[in-house]
Design a protein around this ligand. Structure first.
Ligand code: NAD
Length: 294
C-alpha cells in the first residue's frame, strides 16, 4: 500500500490528507497541533508524534504549512534527514519562490525528487478533492508527482522547473487581487452614477469589462448567488490570505526588478482592509471598504 506522510493538518491540509486516505493510501499525519492529529486519527489515519517519525518509510511526503520559514525548517530538520531517498517530496503550501527553490535544491543535492505544488481553490476544494495544482519540478518527474497528487485534484498542471509552481500561483493571485479591486471600483462608481447594479452586471458581463471576479465571484450581492457577497462576505477566500499572496508577489517583483504598480496598489488596499480588522472576511469585501461601509 502506498504510504503518504502528511505534515500540516490545518484548514487545507486536513481535507487533503483525508482524500489521500479515501484513495486507499496509508496516511501518517502530523501537525504541531495535537488536536488536528487526533481528528486525523478519528478519520482512519495514523497519527505521528513528530514530522521525523511521519516521514520514515513514506513513499510520498506532502507538506501544507503556513509560510516559507515553516517549510524550510521542516525540510531541513525532519524530512531530508529521515525520509527514504526514493520518496517523492511535495510542498503544497503557498510560499516565496526563493524558499521553494532552495528547499528543492537541498533535496535534490541529497538525491530526492522534489516539487513545489501550490493550489488554487479554498477549503471546499481541499475537502472535495477538486484543487488545481501548479507544479514546479523536473519534466521527467512530473508523471510521478501527478499520480501522487491525483486524489486531491481537479487539475494538475506542470508549470516548469522547481519554483515555477509558486511563481504561477503568486502571479495568478496578483491578477485576481487587481481584477477584484477593478470590479469593485466599477460597481462603486456605477452606484454613485445611479446605475442599477444588476443592469451594470448584465452589460459588463457581455462587454469588454468581463472577467472572473465579475461573472463567477461577483462582489455585489445578487447577480452570482453562490458568491460570498450574498453571505455578508463570510467564507470564501480570506482577505488576509489575499494580502499574504500579494505581499509575496510584491517581494518577488522587487527582487526581480519587475514593474507591478497595480500589484503594489492592490497590496496597499488589502493591507488597509486587514488593518481595519476584516482579514477574516472574503476578499471581495474590499467593495464595502471602497463604498465607505467598512
Ligand atoms: P492553517 O494555518 O489552517 O494550517 C497550517 C497548519 O500547519 C496548522 O495546523 C499548523 O499547526 C501547522 N504547522 C505549522 N508549523 C508546523 C510545523 N513546523 N510542523 C507541523 N505542522 C505545522 O493554514 P491553511 O489555510 O491550511 O493554509 C496552508 C497553506 O495553504 C498556506 O501556505 C496557504 O497560503 C495555502 N492556501 C490556503 C488556502 C485557503 O483558502 N486556506 C487556499 C490556497 C492556498
Amino acid at each position: 500500500m502506498t504510504r503518504v506522510a502528511f505534515i500540516g493538518l490545518g484548514n487545507m491540509g486536513s481535507g487533503m490528507a483525508a482524500n489521500q486516505a479515501k484513495a486507499g493510501r496509508e496516511v501518517v499525519a502530523y501537525d504541531l497541533n495535537a488536536e488536528a492529529v487526533a481528528r486525523a486519527t478519528e478519520q482512519g489515519m495514523t497519527g505521528a508524534a513528530s514530522a521525523a517519525e511521519a516521514v520514515k518509510d513514506a513513499d510520498i511526503v506532502i507538506t501544507m504549512l503556513p509560510a516559507g520559514k515553516h517549510v524550510s525548517s521542516v525540510y531541513l530538520e525532519s524530512i531530508l534527514p529521515n525520509a527514504r531517498k526514493d520518496a517523492l517530496l511535495i510542498d503544497c503550501s503557498t510560499i516565496d519562490v526563493d524558499s521553494a527553490r532552495t528547499v528543492a535544491r537541498d533535496a535534490s543535492m541529497q538525491g530526492f525528487r522534489a516539487a513545489d505544488a501550490p493550489v488554487s481553490g479554498g477549503t471546499a476544494a481541499a475537502t472535495g478533492g477538486t484543487l488545481t495544482f501548479m507544479v514546479g519540478c523536473r519534466e521527467q518527474d512530473f508523471a510521478d508527482f501527478e499520480d501522487a497528487l491525483k486524489p486531491m485534484a481537479k487539475a494538475i498542471i506542470h508549470a516548469g522547473s522547481n519554483g515555477a509552481g509558486q511563481a504561477a500561483k503568486i502571479c495568478n493571485n496578483m491578477l485576481l487581487g487587481i481584477s477584484m479591486i477593478g470590479t469593485c471600483e466599477a460597481f462603486a462608481l456605477a452606484e454613485r452614477l445611479g446605475l442599477d447594479a444588476q443592469k451594470f452586471f448584465d452589460i459588463a458581463s457581455k462587454a469588454s469589462g468581463q472577467c472572473w471576479s465579475l461573472t463567477s465571484y461577483c462582489p455585489w450581492p445578487g447577480p452570482v448567488p453562490a458568491a460570498p457577497s450574498n453571505r455578508d462576505y463570510e467564507g470564501g477566500f480570506a482577505a488576509a490570505m489575499m494580502l499574504k499572496d500579494l505581499t509575496l508577489a510584491q517581494d518577488a517583483a522587487e527582487a526581480m526588478g519587475a514593474s507591478t504598480p497595480l500589484g503594489g496598489g492592490a497590496e496597499a488596499l488589502f493591507k488597509e482592509l486587514v488593518g481595519r480588522g476584516h482579514g477574516g472576511k472574503d476578499f471581495s469585501a474590499i467593495l464595502e471598504m471602497l463604498r465607505g461601509k467598512l
